[in-house]
Design a protein around this ligand. Structure first.
Ligand SMILES: CC(C)(COP(=O)(O)OP(=O)(O)OC[C@H]1O[C@@H](n2cnc3c(N)ncnc32)[C@H](O)[C@@H]1OP(=O)(O)O)[C@@H](O)C(=O)NCCC(=O)NCCS
Length: 175
């Protein structure tokens, strides 16, 4: 979408992040570990800390946020691995390339920051997100973990998918 831009947010933009993050939790509660009720109660100090902890990217169209993604350290043992998380696109903008724009920008930033792999944990039942990630070049791994979402059924899992950020990215990450 040529009229959509990806904007990297800084700490001062915490209210912009809060707004799109709460919209994501409201619209897709089953996709995220955080809950709307819990995060609505966060104060400014917590939102600012979140901005510092991870890089937040928003997709903006005509001044309105239509998607969001975060890049952070994740649980990988290596500083050569970054984690992609919190990916959400507003329903009207799904299937339009907004998610692709966000993830391409996230991958470019991770690569520029010296990372060799980008890890994305995604619910194994979230067919659309898995299909999207596969289309972007993320590869399935043997790593699984419990879903962690309150609304998830017992036994629901996430799979780690990995995007190599270089032609020869080196050893597969250990998670
Ligand atoms: C996950 C998300 C960001 C992907 O963005 P999107 O714009 O929907 O993705 P795209 O349409 O570009 O790609 C989805 C792919 O899945 C396919 N697909 C569509 N509906 C599908 C479905 N119900 N099941 C499986 N695959 C589906 C599409 O054909 C497309 O494949 P293609 O690129 O080969 O055509 C978006 O759907 C979203 O915000 N979902 C809700 C929040 C969420 O689940 N976030 C992920 C948390 S880990």
């Amino acid at each position: 979408m040529s009229d959509v831009n990806v904007r990297a947010l800084g700490e001062a933009d915490w209210q912009d992040y809060r707004s799109v993050r709460l919209a994501a939790l409201r619209e897709s509660p089953e996709a995220f570990v955080g809950s709307l009720e819990e995060e609505e109660a966060f104060d400014e100090r917590i939102w600012r800390a979140r901005m510092v902890r991870s890089q937040r990217l928003v997709a903006v169209r005509q001044g309105q946020a239509v998607g969001v993604v975060s890049i952070g350290e994740g649980q990988a043992a290596s500083s050569e691995v970054a984690e992609l998380f919190g990916l959400w696109v507003a329903p009207d903008y799904r299937g339009t390339g907004v998610a692709t724009l966000l993830v391409k920008e996230a991958a470019a930033r991770a690569r520029e920051g010296g990372r060799r792999h980008l890890v994305y944990w995604v619910g194994t039942e979230n067919g659309r997100a898995v299909a999207f990630a596969s289309g972007m070049g993320f590869l399935p791994t043997d790593y699984r973990r419990p879903m962690g979402v309150v609304s998830a059924d017992d036994g629901d899992e996430e799979i780690a998918m990995v995007l190599p950020l270089h032609e020869e990215p080196g050893p597969w990450p250990r998670l």
